[in-house]
Design a protein around this ligand. Sequence first.
Ligand SMILES: Nc1ncnc2c1ncn2[C@@H]1O[C@H](COP(=O)(O)OP(=O)(O)OP(=O)(O)O)[C@@H](O)[C@H]1O
Ligand SMILES: [Mg+2]
Length: 324
Amino acid sequence: MARKHIIGGLDIGTTKVVSVIAEAGLHGHPVIKGWGECAALGIRKGVVIDKTSLGKSIAHAVGMAQAMAGLSIKEFYCSLPYASQPAGTCEITDVQLYEAIAMAGVTIRQAFSSVIASAEAILNHTHKHIGTVLIDLGGALTGLAVYNQGEPVLTRMLPVGSEHITSDLALCLRTSLSEGERIKRSLGLLRPDSSTTLTISGVGGRANRTVPACTASDIIKSRSQEIFELVYQALSQHVRLASLTGGVILTGGGSLLKGIVDLAACQMNCPVAVGHPVKLAMSQEEWGSPVYASVLGMVLYGAKGSTRRTGNQTGWREVISRFI
Ligand SMILES: Nc1ncnc2c1ncn2[C@@H]1O[C@H](COP(=O)(O)OP(=O)(O)OP(=O)(O)O)[C@@H](O)[C@H]1O
Ligand SMILES: [Mg+2]
């Protein structure tokens, strides 16, 4: 009987850790066997502040995936918040992150910056050849990757993300982060009419308050605009956006903000769409959310490994190595 090709994907994000165990099926298409997800504890603003807590989060997510799959693999293709190199096997320069991974008993097969990992699940061959910008709007970070003629020509990690919208709301409306998160998700960037109000729960025993929904909407809009200004600045120094026929594709949890496509298109002055991970054999619809682009990208990359080993492809690693 043929030996099964099992792939482990792990995304250590700034808000969540997700682990997926899959089996490479026909033609290398992965079939998901196990899935585990939990909050990324011990990371604040994209920086590891408590390696023990993060190690427990990683161990928990991996343990859940292993239990569901009935397999105890230890080696994973990892997507990391900051990687020392844009793509390919990379050194983890953050000692705390390295130790957290080791504490969880995980061995890194190959590590990638999260935006490159997402690109594997979001961008197809055509996108990469005609010129496309991928923007991974995460919790504390925004990752940028520009592909042209089949290769990544620019990657950047900006230290700003969707969590900043949440914390702005909490701060300006004097409420909790969870309330800020609720308001962000329900309101998004859709303009409420001027008479609409929001009831906000008070913190520290204070009574609930009512605020105009437009106030909250302005807070969300101004931070979102700032994020895209930073993105535009980072990109326009290096590439001419108008020459990238594929336009801009948004992914990551921040791309779920209602109305974000219109705001991004207006600020970037080019076509914008939200990219969902390519369909894998998965039993749950929500696994196709942009939130899971990085981990699914790692599984897809790992699944291609069997094809690479047989020498049928040029090898992504080989192409990348020309850039690093
Ligand atoms: N439905 C939604 N509407 C608006 N924002 C959302 C929605 N769902 C998730 N988000 C936001 O997405 C962010 C998390 O995105 P994601 O899961 O891609 O981050 P991450 O991978 O953990 O972080 P990073 O990529 O920065 O390391 C959170 O700030 C969350 O508020
Ligand atoms: Mg991410």
